[in-house]
Structures are given as structure tokens and as C-alpha cells.
Write a protein that binds this ligand. Structure first.
Ligand SMILES: [Zn+2]
Length: 401
């Protein structure tokens, strides 16, 4: 009886998890003089890759992996093996740490959270590619490599902010005991190189305004009225408003002050948990009148072609302005035509006219003068030099008397 049972049993040894190729009939592998097992693990074709075998905890019947790329299949294999490993021995999976970290970040806006998600997703993929699946396997070496290779293609500010986000995650991971040492303190600091601010010259401003007021030929969005779009550009140039705030500009909320019109508003770019700060900007009566009298893109707001509520995201409007400006730039042959450079033009214009840094900082709504100084360093430096020259002339005059 015992023998009968044994005989009927399908021989089923525990094989480790393996990947292999299932070739199509017309695959060139059949033309090569290869042994059966060589064909099975052939890397140079595009036939589907299959998986079979067992991990420590699970058995996988033969199944298609859904990939045709050998390295990708190997990566999947590694991650399946890692998943089966015991957490009590290896600590938390990096994957789980990232999820729990993201779930806990209710202090940031959805847009920022999405950036964290993207960055940590990159970190996870990078670590998996290096066969590291547990948070405790993260090391200074892996992180430095991630900064060099995993963040490749990110320039200047965005690399700097990515590393700042990475640092936040690592600090939290250490605090919660997911990693054994404070890796963030061992990481090399990234010196952020701020994007060079480039204001438009007077000539370029004139070209942009002319072209903005001319290109017509549309029935939707900003193409509906070139004259109105031109005024939006004028508004950004005259006030330094960010595009996200400019599209929501509401002339009805302007208050006539002694010399100019005062517009107080809550900037969109604010930290989620901070008390909303009011920002004051000023515009001339001439511009205010032109905006009042122009063709408004929607009944409530001149520069929003769809109704927007006060705290609504207006990224799509900002994107539409960006695209329109790109078209304007093409039409008037001005390179790199985008909204933020209008703000830079405003800021640098004030700085070169001698308006104090702290006033410019206030008008831009920067958190501190240090931010303004960093962004507009070359123009701040030239102002310092001018001050120095002025002082030296004063001293020279004093000596002469
Ligand atoms: Zn094949």
C-alpha cells in the first residue's frame, strides 16, 4: 500500500525560484546550435520570460512573468525572494517603510506628497536594483550612489530639493528605528545651485508684449482674447505675481490707496500648516483701468477662463499661460518665454533701480530676505559694489574738504 501511494505521487522536488525563456516558433534561437538549457536561459531575444519554483514561503506554478527583458525579470525574481524572507530577521522592508512614511505625511500638500512619492519610488527601485530590499540594508554608499546615478538627469534646484526630501525621509526612518544609524548625518551635503534668474531686457519685454497682444486665432482659453492675455503679461511684469496667483487676480478686491491700487491676497504657494499670510502688491491706476475694461475670460475673473474658487488648484491655468507664452516667444523670436521670468524681470528691475532688498523681498512674498538674496545674487552683488563706490566717493570728498 505504501509503495502504491509512493508510485502514484508526482515527483515534485523543491526547486528554487527560477526564470526561463519560452521561445516562439520563429525565434532565431532555434537556428543557433544551443543546448536545451542554453536556449532556456537565452538572453538575446524578445520571447516571454516565465517563472517557476519556490521561495522560502511560497510555491509558484509555471507562469508568465509579464516581462521580456532579462534584467527586469531577474529584478522581479530577487524581489519575490526577498519578500519571502522573514521580517523578524531582516527588519522592515524598504517598501513598507516608504508607504508608512508617506501615509504619515499629512503636513504637506498633495502636490508635495506626490513629489515625495516619486522620489522614494526612485529610491526603492534603485535599492532593489542593488539587491537591497530592507531598510536596514540602506547604507551611506547606496545613498551616495543613488544621489549620483539614481537622481541623474535632475539639475540644480530640483536635485537639491530631492535630496532635502530624501534627508527628511532618512531622519524619520532613524527616529522610528527603521534604520540603525543616522545616515542623513553621514551623507554629503548637496550644495544647491539655484537656477540662474534671467530677467528680460527692455527690448525683449516690448517684443513679448507686442506679440502677446497680436496672436489671435482661437475660441478657447487664452487664445480667445489676445488683448486680455497681453494684460495678464503686463500684470505679472508690473507686480511680480506668480502665474498661479495672477490667473486668479480679482480686480474687485483692489483697494484704492494714496498713489496706487492695493491688492491683498493669499498666495497659493504657501506651506499647508502655516497660517495663511496676506501678501500686498500694488498696481498702477492705468493698468487697473485697462483690466477693468478689457474682455474678461469669465464673468468673475478677467484671467481665469473657468470659474475658480478661492483655494482651488489652478495648475491647469498656469500650464495654459506657460504654453501661450511659449507660442508668443516663438512668434517674436525671444528665447525661453515663460511666466517665471516675468517675475524675475520685475524683481531685477526694482533691484537695479535701487529699491531696498527687504522691500523687494516683501513684494515677492519671500519667506525671508535670505531667499531673495540667494535668488538674485548677481544683482544684489552689483548693488553692493555700487554702494561701495558711493561710500568711497564720499570718503574721497570728505578728505578733500
Ligand atoms: Zn526567443
Amino acid at each position: 500500500m505504501y509503495t502504491a501511494w509512493y508510485k502514484n505521487r508526482v515527483y515534485n522536488p523543491v526547486v528554487p525560484l527560477t526564470i526561463y525563456r519560452r521561445h516562439s516558433i520563429d525565434c532565431r534561437v532555434h537556428e543557433l546550435r544551443l543546448k536545451a538549457y542554453e536556449k532556456k536561459y537565452f538572453k538575446e531575444c524578445d520571447c516571454p520570460i516565465w517563472l517557476t519554483g519556490s521561495t522560502d514561503t511560497e510555491r509558484y506554478p509555471r507562469q508568465a512573468l509579464g516581462v521580456r527583458d532579462w534584467p527586469a525579470a531577474e529584478a522581479k525574481l530577487r524581489s519575490l525572494n526577498a519578500e519571502s524572507k522573514d521580517e523578524t530577521v531582516h527588519g522592515l522592508k524598504l517598501d513598507d517603510c516608504i508607504t508608512r512614511y508617506l501615509d504619515a505625511r499629512d503636513d504637506v500638500k498633495p502636490k508635495t506628497l506626490a513629489q515625495y512619492k516619486l522620489l522614494l519610488g526612485r529610491l526603492k527601485d534603485f535599492a532593489h536594483g542593488k539587491n537591497k530590499f530592507f531598510s536596514r540594508e540602506l547604507s551611506v554608499d547606496v545613498l551616495e550612489d543613488f544621489k549620483t546615478y539614481g537622481l541623474a538627469g535632475l539639475a540644480g534646484t530640483s536635485k537639491g530639493t530631492s535630496i532635502a526630501k530624501l534627508a527628511h525621509f532618512l531622519r524619520e526612518a532613524y527616529r522610528r528605528g527603521w534604520i540603525a544609524e543616522s545616515l542623513v548625518d553621514k551623507m554629503r551635503r548637496h550644495k544647491s545651485v539655484y537656477e540662474q534668474k534671467q530677467p528680460y531686457s527692455e527690448k525683449e519685454v516690448k517684443l513679448i508684449l507686442d506679440a502677446a497682444g497680436k496672436i489671435n486665432g482661437g475660441t478657447t482659453g487664452y487664445a480667445k482674447s489676445a488683448a486680455t492675455f497681453r494684460l495678464l503679461v503686463e500684470l505679472m511684469l508690473e507686480t511680480g505675481l506668480r502665474v498661479s496667483d495672477a490667473v486668479k487676480f480679482d480686480p474687485k478686491r483692489c483697494v484704492k490707496s494714496k498713489y496706487l491700487w492695493l491688492y491683498s491676497f493669499h498666495p497659493r504657494k504657501a506651506k499647508k500648516n502655516e497660517a495663511p499670510k496676506l501678501l500686498d502688491i500694488y498696481l498702477t491706476a492705468k493698468l487697473k483701468k485697462k483690466i477693468d475694461e478689457c474682455e474678461w475670460l469669465s464673468p468673475a475673473l478677467p484671467f481665469a477662463y473657468r470659474a475658480v474658487s478661492a483655494d482651488e488648484e489652478t495648475d491647469y491655468l498656469g500650464q495654459a499661460v506657460y504654453e501661450r507664452l511659449q507660442a508668443v516667444g516663438k512668434a517674436c523670436a525671444v528665447d525661453d518665454c515663460r511666466p517665471h521670468r516675468l517675475r524675475d524681470t520685475f524683481a531685477v528691475g526694482l533691484l537695479t533701480k535701487g529699491v531696498p532688498l527687504e522691500d523687494v523681498s516683501k513684494l515677492l512674498g519671500h519667506a525671508s530676505i535670505a531667499v531673495t538674496e540667494k535668488y538674485y545674487a548677481p544683482w544684489v552683488a552689483s548693488r553692493k559694489l555700487r554702494l561701495e563706490r558711493l561710500l568711497s566717493e564720499t570718503f574721497a570728498n570728505a578728505k578733500g574738504h
